[in-house]
Design a protein around this ligand. Structure first.
Ligand SMILES: Nc1nc2c(ncn2[C@@H]2O[C@H](COP(=O)(O)OP(=O)(O)OP(=O)(O)O)[C@@H](O)[C@H]2O)c(=O)[nH]1
Ligand SMILES: [Mg+2]
Length: 460
C-alpha cells in the first residue's frame, strides 16, 4: 500500500564500483532531508534552491563527511514521480552509496520498494500503466529493435491507440443506451448497419493490436533456440561459430558438453537465446542421466530446434530417438561436416524427420551460418517484418485484456446480427469498455499493481 506522505529513497544505480552512483529521494520531505545532510559551497540549503539546478557539496552526518557529491533538484510536479525529487550523485562505490543512503533513511526517508518511483509516477498521473510497464521493457531491452519498441510505448503510442478505441466504444455504447430508453422500438435497418460497421471497425483495430503485441512479446522475451543432436556431431562448434567466440569447449571426444550453454544472439533485431546441449549418447552414469533430463526440460520450452546430424557417418539409434522427441517441434535439421566425405544417407534422414527442412552446413568452416539465421528469422516472424515502431510491447495482462475486448466486440456483433435487443449488445460492449480501461490502469486492483511493480528493480 502506498503512503502518499512518505518520502522514499533508494540507490538507483547498479551496485558495484563505477564512476558515480545515485541515491534518489522522492516525496514531500525530500528537500528537508537534503537540508539536514547537504552542505553546499555557498551554504544555501537545498529547500531554498530552485528546480532543475545542480550543486556541488558534501554529505555530512554527525560532523563526518560521508562523500563529496553533486546534488540535483527537481521540484514537483516536473519530476519523474511528480513529487519533489532529489538525486545525490555520490562516488560510485558500494560504501559511499550505502552510507549516504543510510544517512537519508535516518533523516526520515523510507527505503523504496522495487519500482516504487515508477509506481508513484503512475499513481500521480504522469504515466499510464502501459507506459509504466514500458519502463521495465526499456531497462530489460536486449536488442536495439526491442528498445525502439519500448521507447515508442513509453511515448504513449500504445496507450493513445487504446484510449482512442475506448472512446469509440464509449460513444457507441452511449448511442445504444440512448436507444434503450425507447424499449418498444425495434432497431431499424439503418441503425443496425451503422452499429455493425462501427463494431467491426473497433474489432479489426483491436485485432491488429493483438497481432502487434505478439510481435512485441518476441522482441521483449526473445526466442529460445535449442541445439540438439547426438554426441560429437559439432553442436558446440556451431555455437562458437554463431556467437563468434570460443564459448563452449570443443573436442573430438563424444560427451564433451555436459551442461547447457546459453548465449544471447541478435538475429535481425530478434533476441535469440541459443542453447547448446549435451550430445545424446548411451547413458552410462548419473551425469549423463541428468544432462539428458535437462535437455528434455528445455525442449519443452524451445520455440525452435536445430537438430544436428553428422554427415560423415550413418544415422544411429540416438538420431532416431531425437527425431521422435522433436516430432512436433518447429525444426531445422542440419547435416554438419559437409567439408568432409559424405556418408550419411539422405533418404534415411528424410524418412526419420518427415517434412522438416534440411540444411547442409560446416560448423567448422562457417558454411551455412547465414542460412541458419535466415531460417530462425523467417520462422519466428512468419513473413512479418519487425520495425520496432509498430510492434507493441505489452505484458500478458494487457494482451489478455485486448482479447477480452475483442471477444466482447464479437459477441455484441452477434447480438446485433441476431436482432437481440439493445440490452444484450450493451452488456457485451461494456465488457469491451472495461477491458480497455483495465489496460490503461483506469480500473485496476491494488494487488495487480503490486505484481506489476514488483518486477522492477529497487531504485527504478
Ligand atoms: N571437419 C569438420 N569437423 C567438425 C565440424 N564441426 C565440428 N567438427 C569437429 O567435431 C568434433 C566434435 O565437435 P563438438 O563441437 O565438440 O561436438 P558436439 O556436438 O558439441 O559434441 P558433444 O558436446 O560431445 O555433444 C570436434 O573435433 C570438431 O572440431 C565440421 O563442420 N567439419
Ligand atoms: Mg558440445
Amino acid at each position: 500500500m502506498l503512503h502518499k506522505n512518505e518520502t522514499i529513497a533508494a540507490i538507483s544505480t547498479p551496485l558495484g564500483e563505477g564512476g558515480i552512483g545515485i541515491v534518489r529521494l522522492s516525496g514531500d520531505k525530500a528537500l528537508k532531508i537534503a537540508d539536514k545532510l547537504f552542505k553546499g559551497r555557498n551554504g544555501t540549503p537545498p529547500s531554498k534552491l530552485s528546480t532543475y539546478t545542480i550543486h556541488y557539496g558534501h554529505i555530512i552526518r554527525n560532523k563526518e563527511i560521508l562523500d563529496e557529491v553533486i546534488l540535483s533538484i527537481m521540484r514537483k510536479p516536473k519530476s519523474y514521480t511528480r513529487e519533489d525529487v532529489v538525486e545525490i550523485n555520490c562516488h560510485g562505490g558500494i560504501l559511499p552509496l550505502r552510507r549516504t543512503l543510510e544517512a537519508v533513511l535516518e533523516c526520515g526517508a523510507r527505503l523504496a520498494e522495487p519500482g516504487e518511483f515508477t509506481k508513484r509516477a503512475f499513481l500521480n498521473g504522469r504515466l499510464d500503466l502501459t507506459q509504466a510497464e514500458a519502463v521495465i521493457n526499456i531497462v530489460e531491452a536486449k536488442t536495439e529493435l526491442a528498445l525502439k519498441s519500448a521507447m515508442s510505448q513509453l511515448k504513449g503510442a500504445f496507450s493513445d491507440k487504446v484510449k482512442e478505441l475506448k472512446e469509440e466504444t464509449l460513444e457507441l455504447l452511449t448511442l445504444i443506451e440512448a436507444e434503450l430508453d425507447f424499449p418498444e422500438e425495434k432497431i431499424d435497418a439503418t441503425k443496425k448497419g451503422k452499429f455493425i460497421s462501427k463494431i467491426k471497425r473497433i474489432a479489426s483495430e483491436t485485432e491488429r493490436l493483438i497481432k502487434q503485441s505478439r510481435e512485441g512479446e518476441i522482441l521483449r522475451d526473445g526466442v529460445l533456440v535449442l541445439l540438439i543432436g547426438k554426441a560429437n556431431v559439432g553442436k558446440s562448434t556451431l555455437l562458437n561459430r554463431i556467437v563468434g567466440k570460443e564459448r563452449a569447449i570443443v573436442t573430438d571426444i563424444p560427451g564433451t558438453t555436459r551442461d547447457l550453454i546459453e548465449e544471447w544472439i541478435n538475429v535481425s533485431g530478434i533476441p535469440v537465446k541459443l542453447v547448446d546441449t549435451a550430445g545424446f549418447k548411451k547413458i552410462e552414469n548419473i551425469i549423463d542421466k541428468e544432462a539428458r533430463k535437462k535437455v528434455e526440460e528445455y525442449l519443452a520450452d524451445a520455440d525452435l530446434v536445430l537438430f544436428m546430424v553428422d554427415g560423415t557417418s550413418g544415422l544411429t539409434a540416438e538420431d532416431k530417438l531425437i527425431a521422435d522427441m522433436i516430432k512436433d517441434k518447429k525444426t531445422l535439421c542440419l547435416i554438419n561436416k559437409v567439408d568432409l566425405l559424405e556418408k550419411i544417407s539422405k533418404n534415411k534422414l528424410r524418412s526419420l524427420i518427415g517434412k522438416k527442412k534440411i540444411l547442409e552446413i560446416s560448423a567448422l568452416k562457417g558454411k551455412g551460418i547465414d542460412a541458419i539465421k535466415k531460417f530462425i528469422r523467417d520462422s519466428v516472424l512468419e513473413g512479418e517484418v519487425l520495425t520496432g515502431e509498430s510492434t507493441i510491447m505489452v505484458n500478458a495482462r494487457s494482451r489478455e485484456s485486448l482479447k477480452d475486448a475483442h471477444n466482447g466486440l464479437l459477441n455484441s456483433l452477434e447480438a446485433v446480427n441476431k436482432g437481440l435487443s439493445e440490452e444484450f449488445i450493451a452488456v457485451d460492449l461494456k465488457e469491451t469498455l472495461n477491458s480497455f480501461k483495465k489496460i490503461l490502469g483506469e480500473t485496476v486492483e491494488e494487488d495487480i499493481l503490486d505484481r506489476i511493480f514488483e518486477k522492477f528493480c529497487i531504485g527504478k
